[in-house]
Design a protein around this ligand. Structure first.
Ligand SMILES: Nc1ncnc2c1ncn2[C@@H]1O[C@H](COP(=O)(O)OP(=O)(O)O)[C@@H](O)[C@H]1O
Ligand SMILES: [Mg+2]
Length: 218
């Protein structure tokens, strides 16, 4: 079975879709065979990853627009990356029950940080049926280092969740907002991409993926 990673958050707008697409694109560029799953009702990942012909042209990335049940099609892949619905939605439980790890995305604001305990509740609930589900860490996205409030929030997160916080936070990068304007295009270069590249390197080590495996999906 390939490693199945859910990119999740309680709140909307925390960078889940962008992060799932960035991870899939970067791991694909690095030679891993990736299945990107758009499990969220907004279908925003499809708007970034799927070109005008209905294909995902990214190197080594296949695409699926519902959470697979892992028993119908043959597909060779090393890792599955899922754009999870908000954890407030009941269908997020189906995703979490079928994943090995969760990456939580969060904004550097107090309101968003305060939703983290609710995310933990949703993850615990999924563990009733999937006891091996792990939290890989928390990633702050569209971070503005010039904003002293955000800096303070990052400090608070570091103090309380030190070993779980991925560094650096992903900085604001306006080009990322325009990624869906050219669906299927490569991830725009820049500081955010550099932060995501570091994240994917660390997560690859943490998870221990790399060898191609065959999996069966539905
Ligand atoms: N690093 C970034 N810099 C600038 N804009 C970003 C960045 N990451 C995400 N965005 C933008 O923020 C918005 C919310 O991100 P999105 O990935 O759609 O979050 P979610 O899936 O959690 O709702 C989108 O408009 C997206 O393009
Ligand atoms: Mg989304």
């Amino acid at each position: 079975m390939p490693y199945r990673l859910a990119v999740a958050s309680h709140k909307g707008g925390t960078g889940r879709t962008t992060t799932a697409c960035a991870i899939a694109w970067l791991w694909g560029q690095n030679g891993l065979k990736v299945l990107l799953v758009d499990a969220c009702r907004t279908k925003a990942a499809s708007m970034i990853a799927i070109d005008g012909r209905g294909d995902c042209p990214w190197k080594n990335v296949s695409f699926c627009n519902t959470m697979p049940t892992f028993d119908r099609y043959d597909l060779e892949c090393d890792v599955v990356v899922v754009d999870c619905p908000p954890l407030t939605e009941p269908e997020s439980q189906d995703v979490l029950r079928n994943c090995d790890g969760v990456l939580l995305t969060c904004l550097a604001d107090v309101l968003c940080l305060r939703t983290l305990p609710s995310s933990t509740v949703a993850i615990r609930q999924a563990r009733d049926e999937n006891p091996n589900l792990k939290v890989l860490g928390i990633l702050l996205t569209h971070f503005d280092g010039e904003d002293s409030n955000q800096e303070r929030t990052l400090e608070k997160l570091r103090e309380s969740q030190m070993t779980l916080t991925f560094e650096p936070p992903v900085p604001m990068q306006p080009e990322l907002r325009e990624w869906p304007l050219r669906p299927g295009c490569d991830m725009p270069p820049g500081d955010a991409r550099a932060a995501y590249a570091k994240l994917t390197g660390e997560m690859k080590k943490k998870i221990g993926i790399g060898k191609a495996r065959t999996m069966v999906i539905a």
